[in-house]
Design a protein around this ligand. Structure first.
Ligand SMILES: [Zn+2]
Ligand SMILES: [Zn+2]
Length: 754
């Protein structure tokens, strides 16, 4: 092949040289076995996985721009100069010019080598690339980008704030829309809607910043970025407790713009600390996109006051990195561990960072919990994302948890954990009641299980602290937090669960979340307060007694930080019950805080229980205990117990049914054991002989045969067949989806090239 390189004349008088041409040719690089665009005949496939182009140059004393044209790119193709990676090609179909900034001395005197090829993950597709040149100017100057200098400050103190800056552009997005035609038939059409899209930001100095497409987390509120001329929206935020500064930017080429953002704390959280009990880093969890230094800045930028590091089976301590980055006092931290096992994921904290991580190989729940409890320092154990529909690692499915009764049908008698993560920001359940119902069931069974919310963030765009838990603390200043007191609050259930809303309640003007009300009056005056920043909405508040909704209110949309503040009076139940308030509202889709899963999801704020001593005996009795008591008094027949049961709530009735069912199962098992013993005896009798040779043959046969089992085996066979089919179905689904995507991309490509 021929390389066309050509050094043009030296600097012009204006100090600006004409470009140094590297090549005029366009190359086809790719996988010839499966040409994606064979209709392009003008460019012969020339290179399989990379192309190398040599050219002459001189050492560069200032920053320069490499321009290269590329198209048909759908993988991360690397661009290297003299074997040093300078970036990857932007993905896209059409042939476009792409620009890479060359640092000082990136070029050598004499021979230089430009390489395009090999991809980040080894998958190759067909691309065309070439027509490269070097421009004698820094990138910003060359492209005529505008420079934006942002300062995010606290509206009260005027100080710079660790915060998040989000930059978007309005684009046209095609969407499918359903409509009815003249005959009333439902049809689909394509409509174009305006949508906000994150945009690339070019940053000269990334110190103190975390940078992703359209996202900047700043350590002190300061950031500068370059961006092409155009119209943008800029948002400055600091997580749930603060307002948002919005600014429309209209930028001309080479503009220099200062943006002063003032944001105000809007949500009053006095007496509580904002905790995220579930946070990862790529450094120690091995997946996601965020390293330690970035992680400690994002936590500050979202206003988290207590961060629990929970890398998978690893003890991570943020403190040394916080010191290095210079934010030692921004928030308190706890070393934890997401014990990641085949039967579910569990957070355990605090944990001695020098101790060995608990053995995560146990597939036995009880032994696993023992193992976690044994780990040095551990006080709180949480079951994470217990219903997440990913693989078979859903803890509650593994133990066949019955959400109505909180019993484990797989036979575990005591779960041994302190809390359940009812909201997981990364994988929010479609059904907002799913994990709430599990939790209600567990409480009714007698588990003093606390509810928590956490982000499970593995990446910058999975917002850390979005789902969070407010923990009661006598000390508001994160620098002075006492970890012991915080753990006490976790274990006492002095917790508020928050995803975009914060719900708190007080009964009779004095009883707080976590309290036990020993001598209630005939009525409970439940004062409910729902808060949120100006950019979230609540639309409904409900009160639950033993998990049963007893009152609700619609909430009109409001930009005020107090969304709802009302007293709801309810009759005191005759029997003990736990009282919980839950507020919900529409999902946030704004680009500075989008809820994972988008529009069809929700925001939610839930309290933990206040415990009501309805029967006024000085102690709390759960639904399961009432039902057990009834069973002991009336027997296990529904008929004999129904009169008494009618005086209780549904929670007690379902527990009664569960106890009755367990009894029948036990009796059946006992009967079965007896039948089997009888069957063994009969077999022995039938095969009783005196002749030693015959007896030996009988014995030989019995040794080879399985133990007698008179149950039908079809159940087990059916179950195995079902599992196998599920496996095959999901494999096929994945394969079909991948194939469909590939075909779509292929046809898109072909269409454009025709
Ligand atoms: Zn997990
Ligand atoms: Zn996790």
């Amino acid at each position: 092949m021929t390389f066309l390189w050509l050094a043009l004349a030296a600097s012009s008088a204006a100090g600006e040289s004409p470009p140094l041409k590297i090549t005029d040719q366009l190359y086809h690089v790719g996988d010839n076995d499966r040409p994606e665009w064979k209709d392009i005949t003008s460019i012969q496939p020339t290179h399989k996985s990379k192309v190398e182009i040599e050219f002459d140059s001189k050492e560069n004393e200032r920053k320069l721009v490499l321009e290269i044209q590329a198209g048909g790119v759908s993988e991360d193709w690397k661009v290297r100069l003299n074997d040093k990676e300078i970036g990857v090609l932007k993905k896209g179909e059409d042939l476009t010019a792409q620009y890479f900034e060359l640092q000082r001395n990136a070029l050598r005197n004499g021979k230089n080598k430009l390489t395009v090829g090999e991809t980040r993950d080894g998958n190759i597709d067909d691309i065309y690339v070439g027509k490269a040149a070097i421009h004698d100017r820094p990138l910003r100057d060359f492209l005529g980008h505008a420079r934006v200098n942002v300062l995010v400050r606290d509206a009260e103190s005027g100080d710079g704030l660790p915060s998040r800056i989000t930059v978007t552009k309005l684009v046209d997005k095609k969407e499918k829309e359903k409509y009815k035609d003249e005959d009333g038939k439902e049809r689909e059409r394509e409509v174009t809607k305006k949508a906000e899209e994150l945009v690339d930001l070019t940053i000269d100095d990334k110190k103190d910043l975390v940078v992703r497409k359209g996202i900047l987390y700043t350590r002190k509120g300061q950031a500068s970025f370059d961006i092409p001329a155009g119209e943008y929206m800029l948002y400055a935020t600091r997580g749930f407790e603060y307002g948002v500064h919005k600014e429309r930017l209209k930028l001309e080429k080479r503009d220099e713009r200062a943006v002063d953002c003032m944001i105000r704390r809007e949500v009053d959280t006095t007496g509580y600390l904002a905790a995220d009990t579930h946070i990862h880093t790529k450094t120690h969890s091995g997946h996601g996109d965020i390293d330690m230094e970035e992680r400690v800045i994002t936590i500050a930028g979202e206003g988290v006051e207590l961060a629990v590091a929970t890398d998978h089976n690893h003890h991570t301590d943020y403190v040394p990195t916080m010191e290095k980055v210079g934010i030692k006092d921004a928030y308190a931290t706890i070393v934890g561990n997401e014990v990641t096992t085949s039967i579910g994921h569990f957070n355990a904290f605090p944990i001695d960072k020098k101790s060995d991580p608990p053995n995560a190989d146990h597939s036995d729940w009880v032994r696993l919990v023992q193992e976690m409890r044994k780990a040095s320092g551990v006080r709180v154990v949480i079951v994470n994302h217990p219903r997440r529909s990913l693989g078979r690692q859903n803890a509650f499915e593994m133990i066949q948890l019955n959400p109505l009764t909180g019993e484990s049908h797989s036979g575990i008698e005591s779960l041994g954990i302190d809390a359940v993560e009812i909201l997981n920001g990364k994988t929010l359940e479609d059904d907002r009641m799913l994990t709430l119902n599990d939790w209600f069931g567990l409480l009714n069974r007698g588990y003093r299980m606390k509810a928590v919310a956490a982000s499970d963030s593995h990446a910058v765009n999975e917002i850390v602290g979005q789902a969070r838990t407010y923990v009661a603390s006598s000390i508001d200043d994160p620098r002075k937090i006492r970890i012991d007191e915080v753990c006490d609050s976790f274990l006492a259930g002095k917790l508020l669960v928050s995803l975009g809303l914060l719900t708190n309640m007080r009964v009779d003007g004095k009883h707080q979340v976590g309290d036990f009300i020993e001598a209630p009056g005939d009525e409970l005056a439940v004062e409910i307060k729902v808060q949120g920043p100006s950019w979230t909405r609540a639309n409904r508040v409900a009160l639950y007694l033993n998990g049963i909704e007893v009152a609700s209110r619609e909430v009109p949309p409001s930009e005020e930080s107090v969304k709802f503040f009302e007293e709801i009076r309810i009759r005191t139940p005759d029997h003990d019950a736990h009282l919980i308030a839950v507020a919900t509202g529409p999902a946030i889709t704004a680009p500075f805080w989008p809820i994972a899963g988008g529009e069809k999801k929700y925001v939610m704020g839930s309290t933990n229980p206040i415990w009501i001593d309805g029967d006024r005996d000085g102690k709390f009795t759960c639904a399961f205990e009432y039902a057990s008591d009834l069973a002991a008094r009336c027997g296990l027949s529904g008929r004999s117990a129904e009169k008494s049961l009618a005086n209780y709530d549904r929670a007690v009735a379902v527990q009664f049914a569960s106890i009755a069912r367990a009894r029948i199962e036990m009796e059946a098992q006992e009967a079965y054991r007896k039948i089997m013993a009888e069957a063994d005896r009969k077999l022995d009798e039938l095969l009783l002989v005196k002749d030693p040779a015959v007896a030996k043959s009988f014995k030989e046969y019995l040794n080879e045969a399985p133990d007698l089992d008179v149950r039908t085996r079809s159940d087990e066979k059916e179950r195995m067949a079902r599992l196998k089919k599920e496996d095959e179905d999901s494999r096929k689904k994945r394969k079909d989806a991948a194939e469909k995507k590939r075909k779509e991309e292929d046809s898109k490509r072909k269409k454009r090239r025709v």
